[in-house]
Design a protein around this ligand. Structure first.
Ligand code: FAD
Length: 425
């Protein structure tokens, strides 16, 4: 069985994988299944990364459970994998084949005796903003991160752990699993090579002043839409607009919101067109008569994903408009949004009123905020460069924008490089 709780202050492995999203999970499994020892390190309380927050995956339109759960089972059953959650890298020294990593393990305040029974939540009076739902819902101060969380164990938000009322919560646990005095721990790991799979965060839409996010309640982002449509999301999957909980009859998708724009993200995130097309399906399934308007510069649906686009074009309720939305304003009478754009095919300025607008924001590599150590080269946008020879290899969206299948292929290649890391010198 894969270990979840570290027992020693110093551990060894052939490969360290940093980041437990789909790419990191894939790298770890590929490494372990050829008989190598691997540490899979995740800074959040559970594995899964951004994919765990999706409603459905394109192109097959299946829920993330269908991919992630199989992989979690492979992790659970493989003794070559050691999973560390709530783990931060403090330092990495050494060279390929012989690297020493200092890791800080933050306290969860709940130990491995937790069964996830939820008795603690029943008596907990404090609530926190649910970051998994992008602030659209709340959880108790003691919570399980999400439906597919691995480990499936509660955690206490550190902001609330010292609150007097948490003692009552600890007493309510039938398994004596809550430890309000749990402390951080530092351990070291000796490894041969490192896969850097720290993924992405959504571009901060409040920076795109002209599109009204944060100003108008009915302007949402694509990642929020995933949660809104999800059966375990803030509205139990019912797509309603935030200002008045109204069912929607018209929705606008704003492609390249901040992307391919020198003032924001100069690059294309490669998946946003397909993600929006996927999200039109969420709306059409609930509201067959809703009119959907998608504004684009040019639609990018590489390779076999072109079929997905072609199918969408056949939908008479999905209207494709060639032109970038320059501005969103609000109709103060009804909370509707007015999308102002120039149609680049006709040259005409257009205004389109919709009840809700979804901004297709791009993916920003997390390596921008926490770059890998040992002089790892990043490209001009902060993705891990391909030509590193320091024992650290980028995988998944840490190395470039990818969909899930692309991220997985990249992660397999990175695992191979990390396994051979020491040998290559
Ligand atoms: C709106 C939207 C919809 C999408 N829909 C689809 C779809 O339907 N189909 C599809 O194929 N693709 C889709 N994608 C793309 C998909 O989300 C990515 O391909 C996928 O998330 C890549 O996985 P990853 O593991 O590289 O990164 P992530 O999912 O970001 O995982 C990275 C992990 O690393 C962890 N981490 C970050 N920093 C550190 C650190 N310093 N130390 C330790 N851990 C760290 C994070 O917490 C996270 O768990 C969509 C993207 C968007 C924006």
């Amino acid at each position: 069985m894969a270990e979840i709780t570290p027992v020693k202050d110093q551990i060894t492995a052939d490969v360290l994988v940093v980041g437990g999203g789909i790419a990191g999970i894939t790298s770890a499994i590929e490494t372990a299944e050829v008989g190598k020892q691997v540490i899979l390190l995740e800074k959040e309380p559970s594995l899964g990364g951004r994919v765990a927050a999706m409603n459905l995956y394109f192109p097959k339109m299946c829920p993330p459970t269908c991919g992630i759960e199989i992989n979690l089972k492979r992790i659970r059953l493989n003794p070559n994998i050691r999973v560390l959650t709530l783990a931060d890298i403090e330092e990495i020294t050494g060279q390929p084949g012989n690297m020493v990593v200092t890791i800080k393990l933050k306290p969860r305040y709940v130990n491995e005796r937790c069964t996830g029974c939820g008795e603690c939540e029943k008596v907990c009076e404090l609530e926190r903003e649910n970051t998994f739902d992008h602030g659209m819902s709340k959880t108790k101060a003691i919570y399980i991160p999400h439906l597919m969380a691995y480990p499936a164990r509660h955690i206490i938000d550190p902001e609330f752990v010292k609150d007097e009322s948490m003692k009552k919560v600890a007493e309510a646990c039938p398994y004596d699993a809550i430890d309000l005095d749990m402390e951080a721990k530092t351990i070291t790991a000796k490894v041969g090579g490192i896969v850097w799979a720290t993924g992405w965060k959504p571009y901060d839409a409040t920076k795109i002043d002209n599109l009204g996010f944060g100003k108008y309640k009915n302007v949402l982002t694509n990642v929020m839409m995933e949660r809104l449509a999800s059966a375990n999301g803030p509205t139990k999957g019912k797509i309603i607009r935030p200002s008045d909980n109204k069912e929607v009859t018209s929705v606008g998708f704003v492609q390249c919101a901040g992307s391919r724009d020198e003032n924001h993200l100069p690059y294309c995130s490669a998946i946003c067109c397909l993600a929006s097309m996927k999200q039109t399906t969420y709306i059409r399934d609930q509201y067959p008569d809703a009119e959907i308007h998608m504004f684009y510069i040019d639609v990018r649906s590489p390779g076999r994903l072109e079929d997905f686009y072609t199918k969408k074009q056949e939908d008479e309720k999905v209207h494709f408009h060639r032109g970038k939305v320059a501005k969103i304003t609000e109709n103060a009478d009804n909370g509707n949004l007015i999308l102002h754009a120039e149609n680049t095919l006709t040259g005409k300025m257009t205004t389109t009123e919709v009840e809700m607008a979804i901004l297709a924001i791009g993916m920003v590599p997390n390596a921008v905020d926490s770059p890998p150590p040992l002089d790892t080269k990043l490209d001009e946008y902060g993705f891990v460069a391909q030509d590193n020879d320091n024992g650290i290899y980028g995988a998944g969206v840490a190395s470039r924008p990818f969909d899930v299948s692309g991220a997985n292929m990249d992660a397999t290649g990175a695992a191979l490089k990390a396994i051979n890391s020491g040998v290559r010198r």
